[in-house]
Design a protein around this ligand. Structure first.
Ligand SMILES: [Zn+2]
Length: 75
């Protein structure tokens, strides 16, 4: 029983740390273009905006997206 309580406490601590991290650093590099925002042609010279992030090179983290969703829902 003690072990379960410790596991729950650790989980809550991790969730709090993750929520704070998502608030302070809301973006991660786009996994498709690894943050460059461009998608290069095989020749390497031509390029277009990355479709996943529409050229910004960044993606909102899951935690921040959830927070935004919750905030929109409350309003
Ligand atoms: Zn991208």
């Amino acid at each position: 029983m003690r072990l379960i309580a410790a596991a729950i406490a650790a989980g809550l601590l991790w969730a709090t740390a993750y929520a704070v991290a998502c608030w302070v650093w809301p973006f991660v590099a786009c996994p498709r273009c690894t943050g460059s925002g461009t998608h290069r042609s095989p020749s390497g010279r031509a390029w277009r905006d990355c479709r996943r992030c529409s050229g910004t090179g960044r993606r909102l983290r899951l935690g921040r997206r959830a927070a935004n969703w919750a905030a929109r829902r409350r309003a």
